[in-house]
Design a protein around this ligand. Structure first.
Ligand code: FA5
Length: 354
């Protein structure tokens, strides 16, 4: 082999691939230089030494030339790419899709803002609830026909680890009936009252579940906002004032509320309330409300007493309400079907991005 030939080939390699070919051709396992080195052993000693020195020198020279050529080729490739891919700063930018709040979160946020302004605290409760908090303590014993008003998903735990439903103090309440996916947020009235001493004002937003046939106005999963006010001398007038304030918060100065008598086992008297919708000139049914039934105060005080806590609800009065969050959004925006909410169709959701 000849050194000059090798150097010439290196110089002529026009890209990295060709250069790699030259490298293999000379320095590879069967390369020309490698072969030449292998034949050294057949030469007489003197010649072998001289030839060995030369070949080693060649090897160094070739390696250096390869390196230099590679660096040059890389630099050239980069330069070419840079000039080819130059940035045209006059092109319009990409519009990155940005997320937004879901319609339900928007409406809930609006509701919570109104109640925070009225001095309410916001609390949340568990979605897997004990039968006791969801029904019994709310004056809905197993045999009561009112239980049929809310079709229920019952929960059975089959996992390897025993599941515990915890009470307001972290205690197990597994012995207080079965487990359900809560059918309303009203169970939090009981949980909160057990752990707190009146007076207080709370609202409880949350997901609830009903084993219902779905249609344009019924979903099996939806959201409620519960309200509870307890103290001394709280009256129905306070309830009416708060709901009217809510109506004004939602619908402006012209907003007003209407109450009609109805039955819920956990309030007495009970009402359903509607709000005036000025733009459409009609009433919107939004939820149920009423004065907290004395049964609840007794149940809560009994629970407290069992745990060695003082009874604090004697002589107290209070009111509560529970409203459907999606229903409010539907009526407000004229949405034709509640099932649109959770189908995740972007064309629907984008219309309400916050
Ligand atoms: C209740 O759930 C009571 N806990 C409300 C209450 C609380 C009354 C405190 C008194 C005191 P009801 O089952 O009517 O009541 O449900 C309340 C609201 O939830 C309804 O007015 C409606 O707006 C909404 N709602 C009920 N079922 C569905 C459903 N399947 N899909 C969507 N929204 C629903």
């Amino acid at each position: 082999m000849e050194l000059s030939a090798a150097l010439e080939e290196i110089e002529k390699a026009e890209n990295l691939e060709a250069l790699q070919g030259v490298k293999v051709r000379y320095l590879g396992r069967n390369g020309l230089l490698t072969q030449a080195m292998k034949t050294l052993g057949q030469l007489p000693l003197e010649e072998r030494r001289e030839r060995g020195r030369v070949l080693n020198e060649w090897k160094g020279t070739i390696e250096k030339a390869l390196e230099e050529r590679e660096a040059a080729l890389r630099a050239r490739a980069l330069e070419e790419r840079l000039s080819r891919e130059s940035v045209d700063v006059t092109l319009p930018g990409y519009a990155f899709p940005s997320g937004g709040l879901h319609l339900t979160s928007l409406i809930l946020g609006e509701l919570l803002r109104i109640f925070r302004r009225l001095g309410f605290s916001v609390v949340e409760g568990p979605e897997v609830e004990s039968e006791y908090f969801n029904f019994d303590a709310l004056n809905m014993p197993e045999w009561h026909p009112a239980r049929d008003m809310q079709d229920t998903f019952w929960v059975e735990f089959r996992g390897p680890t025993p599941f515990t439903i915890q009470g307001p103090f972290g205690e197990s309440v597994n012995h207080r009936g079965g487990a359900v996916l809560r059918t309303h947020t009203s169970g939090m009235q009981i949980r909160y009252m057990i752990a707190h001493t009146p007076p207080f004002r709370i609202v409880v937003p949350g997901r609830v579940f009903r084993y219902e046939e779905t249609d344009a106005s019924h979903e099996a999963m939806f959201h409620q906002l519960e309200g509870l006010v307890v103290g001394q001398g709280i009256t129905m007038a306070d309830l009416k004032g708060a709901i009217e304030e809510l109506a004004r918060g939602l619908f402006g100065k012209e907003g007003k509320a209407r109450f009609q008598p109805t039955f819920f086992p956990f309030v007495e008297p009970g009402v359903q309330f509607a709000m005036w919708w000025p733009e459409r000139g009609k009433w919107l049914e939004l939820g149920g409300a009423g004065m907290v039934h004395p049964y609840l105060f007794r149940a809560v005080d009994d629970y407290r007493e069992e745990r060695g806590l003082p009874r604090v609800y004697e002589g107290m009065t209070g009111w509560a309400f529970g409203m459907g969050v999606e229903r409010l959004a539907i009526l407000r925006y004229g949405i034709p079907d509640i099932r649109y909410f959770y189908q995740n169709r972007l064309s629907f959701l984008r219309q309400f991005r916050g």
